[in-house]
Design a protein around this ligand. Sequence first.
Ligand SMILES: Nc1ncnc2c1ncn2[C@@H]1O[C@H](COP(=O)(O)OP(=O)(O)OP(=O)(O)O)[C@@H](O)[C@H]1O
Ligand SMILES: [Mg+2]
Length: 619
Amino acid sequence: MAGILRYARGAGALTAATTAIRLAVGATYVAQAFLLADVLVTILRGDGVADQAGRFGWIIGLVVARAALLFAAEETRARTAGATKIAIRERAFAKVAELGPVHLAGDRAGDVTATLVDSVEALEGYFSRYIPALVAGIGTPLSAVVALTVTDGWLGLVVLAFALAAVTGPQLWLGVIGDRSDERMTATIALGSAVLDTMQGMATLKVFGASRRRRDELDVLGQRLIATWVREMAVALIAGAIFTASIVGGMAAVAWAAGSRLADGGLAVHAAFLALVLSAEALRPIAVLAESFHTTYDAAGAARRLDALFALEAPAPDVRPGSTPAAPRGTTPPGPSPALAAAPAVAFEDVTFTYPGARTPSLRNVSLRIAPGERVAIVGASGAGKSTLASLLVRFADPDRPRPDPQAAATQTPEPQMPEPRASTPGTAGPARAGRVCIGDVDIRTLPVDQVRSQVAMVSQRTHLFNGTVRENLLLTRPDASEADLGRAAAAAGAHAFVSELPAGYDTVIGEAGGRLSGGQRQRLAIARALLADAPILILDEATANVDAATEAAIHTALEALAAGRTTLVIAHRLSTVRDVDRIIVMADGRIVEEGDHTALLAARGAYHRLVTAQETAA
Ligand SMILES: Nc1ncnc2c1ncn2[C@@H]1O[C@H](COP(=O)(O)OP(=O)(O)OP(=O)(O)O)[C@@H](O)[C@H]1O
Ligand SMILES: [Mg+2]
C-alpha cells in the first residue's frame, strides 16, 4: 500500500475531495435511515400520514442532495483519474527519457510501453475509485454501527461482526489462494507485445512464409491469457460469494436478533426498525468497496512495475547549472560550464563499458584521442563495439565505474586471463579507476547532458523518422532554422530532389508517404537532419549504408564539405568509403586492435588487411 501511495503525488487533493464526497453520500443514507424508522413507527402507531410532511420533505431533500453529491463524485472521480494519469505518465516519461536508448533496447521497450499504458491505468483506478470507496466503506458502516450501538449494543455488535467478515473474508480468501491478477497482467503484456512485434515484422513473416507459424504462437499466447483470465474469474467469483454471504447473513442476523428482542420486549419498535434499515445502510458501501477491490491487486502489480522502471539506473544524474551534482568519484567537480571549442578534441580514456544486464563488457579499456578537426574512421566486424563507442560520446550511457572488490571483478569477468594490451592497471581484472569520455578535455559527466548533446550531431545506424511532416523531422534538431538552411541541408544530403517530388514537398507527412520513402531516402533525411544541427562534432554511423554508389558519392562530397572544421567520427562497414580519412581505428571484440592510415594499415597486414581482403573477395 505504501508502495502504491507513492504514486499519489499530483492527485492527492482530488482523491481527498472524491473521498469526502463519498463520505457525505454515506451520511445521507444514515440520516435517511433515521427518518425512515421514524416514519414507519408513526405509521404503525396509527397516526396519519398527513403530519409526516416535514419528515417526507427531509427525505426528499436527502434524495436530491445525494443525487447532486453522486454527480459531483463522478465529476471529481474523472478529474482524479486524469490528474493521476498525467502525473504518473509525466514522471515515467521523464525517467524513460533519462534512461535513453541503451537501457530501453529490445524486450525492455515492449515492457516499458506496457508499463506506461496499463500500469498507469491500474493506478488511476486505485486513486479515483478504490481509496474513496475504502474510506467510505469503513466510515459509513462505522457511523451506522455507532448509531446502532447507542440504540442497542448487541445489534451494533452483530452488524460490526458481519461488516468485518464482508471486508476481511474475501481478502483472506485471496490471500490464501494467491494473487491471480498479476498472472493475467503478465499474460496480457506478453500477448500485447507479441501482437505489436508481429505487426511490425509482417513483411518479414510473409517473405519467409512464417506467418502461419507465428499465428499459432499468438494462438498459444491467447489461450494462455484466457486460461489465466478464467482462473482469475473463478477466484474472484468465490471472493464475491463470500462477500455476498456476509452481507446477506448480516442483514438476516440483525432481522432475527431485532425480531426476537422485540418479541421478548427488550427492544422498542423504533429501535427495531432503525436496526433493520441501518444494517442495510451499514453494509451497502462495503459492496461498492468490494467492486473496486480488485484494483488493489492491479495497482500493487502496477506499482511494482513502475518501481522497477524507476529503479533502473540512468547513465548518470544530469548536471544542472547551479545544482550540486552527484558527480561520480574521480571526476573533476564542475565549475561554470566551460565554453567548448569550435571543433573540440574528443578523448576516450581507458573506457570499459558493460550494457545493463550483459555479462561481458562491450568495450574494454578503450583509449582514443581525436584531435580537434580530425576525421577518424572506426572499422571492425559486426558487434566489435563501434556503435557502443559512439553512444558513450552522446551519453546514452557512461563508462563502467571501477569495481572496488577485485574478487567480484574476477567473478564478473569470465576471462580475466586474457591479455590486456591497453590495460593501464596490471594486476587487476577490472579497471582500477573509472574511464572517462572527454570533449575538449572536459569529462562529459561534469557537463549538462543537453550541452554535451548540442555538441554532437549523429546519424545513427537506426535513425528514426517520426510520424510528422518531412519539415518537422528535419527541424527536430534546430526548430529555428530558416527555410534557406533547411533547403541547403537537404540538398547537401541529396534529399532535396526526392522531397520536392513528394505530393506536398516538405509538408508531406512521412507516415502517409509510407512505403514511398526508401531506406536510402530515409537515411538521406537523417543526414540532412544532422547537417542542420550544425554541431562541432559529427558522428556518422553507417550513414551511407543504404544508398547506391552514385548517391553515396554525392553524399560523400557533401559530408566532406561538412566535416571540414569539425571533429568527425565515421563508422563504416564499406571500407572503401573511409580510405581518405586522417586515421583509421580498427576495433575487435570491444578493443582497439590497430590504428593508422590506410596505407600503413595495409602494409601491416594485420586485422585491417584481413577486413579489406575479405571485402574484396566478397565483392
Ligand atoms: N542494448 C544492448 N544491450 C546489450 N548488449 C548490447 C546492446 N547493444 C549492443 N550490445 C552488444 O554490444 C556489442 C557491441 O555492439 P555494437 O552495436 O557497438 O557493435 P557494432 O560494432 O556497432 O556492430 P555493427 O557493425 O553490427 O553495427 C555486441 O556484442 C552487442 O551484442
Ligand atoms: Mg553498429
